[in-house]
Design a protein around this ligand. Sequence first.
Ligand SMILES: Nc1ncnc2c1ncn2[C@@H]1O[C@H](COP(=O)(O)OP(=O)(O)O)[C@@H](O)[C@H]1O
Ligand SMILES: [Mg+2]
Length: 363
Amino acid sequence: MNSPFPYETYAENESFYGREVEKEKILSFANTSTNLVIYSKRRLGKSSLVREVFRENKEYLFIYCDMFDITSKEDFASNLLHSLASSIKGDIKVVLKRLSKLFKRVSLVYSADPQTGKLSLKPDLKALSFQEMMDEFFNTVFELSKKQKIVIALDEFQQISTLKDAKIDAILRKYIQENYNISYIFLGSKRHMLNRLFEYGAPLFEEATSMQLESIKQEDINNYVSKHLNISDEIVEYIYDLTDGETKFIQHIFHILFVYHKRKEITISLVDEAILEIIHAKSSGYKILFDTFSQFQKKAFKALSKYSQNIHSKDVLDEYNISKGSMQSALKQLYQREIIDKEDDVWFIPDRTLELWGKTLLN
Ligand SMILES: Nc1ncnc2c1ncn2[C@@H]1O[C@H](COP(=O)(O)OP(=O)(O)O)[C@@H](O)[C@H]1O
Ligand SMILES: [Mg+2]
């Protein structure tokens, strides 16, 4: 039986819960063809949310592109065209006909999923330059937008700022301003990189409204989980606090409880066991990461996992035998490596499992 608690794949359909307010908000932007930036730290549910909204609302043509692993402007453009090809659903022969009519330069090839054997259509882009791919994508989308409202979701959008060979945001701005039947949703999990793309003076400044995604409401979690587990609201609250409301972590805990203790009454000690299992499974990866830290970075990381806000107090600095200056610069380095983050001048470890693992380290 499938687990009702996905934690590694996108939640969809029955396994997707809560987020009613956010769904409405996203739809209102799509409906008026206005643009949205959705930020949250990783694993809170951004990608699942936008995908679910448009799985439920098929009147929009939804083009979802994940920019997570782009390393060149050509990757960016090719990603757009691949996403466009897979956004058109239906019988493969009909889709082929429709796409072949739409595309001017791109031809399509059949491709079989190595695992399922399922056939899909992939654009053949070998001979095309970046500019040709961009033009092909936007010309096609503009053509489609005459008949249907379109939503283009660019996930992990901040990655465009890692490209040195093109200013994608400046290029996009022109296309965005050219057409009125399209809504762009920019998603991202690296706040500073993302903010920089929309701040005053940047090409996309005032091109989109920002929305920060928070944790799923506890009440919505209670309602859903109680259908599948014998668990009280108090225990859910315990999980919510421990995980800091991180959706993926919450789902992982529920998944383990579901696999082992579906029929039992869930207690705090069963929850603690599940959390230990999760941390244990991740610890070898975390150790490898930790070994890449300098001595000062190790101290700063341990102190932050254990004492969060109070790391600059004399007691903590003494305990770790580190000066205030060395602590500051180690924290900055960890921040540049995106291990830790900062909000309102307070440092924190955004990955809650990593933080809990850090607490288990000895001095
Ligand atoms: N509304 C939801 N209901 C159930 N599970 C969810 C929901 N949102 C996210 N999840 C689960 O949490 C995990 C992380 O979600 P994801 O959408 O990948 O987050 P993000 O894009 O913010 O990193 C996913 O595996 C997904 O199954
Ligand atoms: Mg995501």
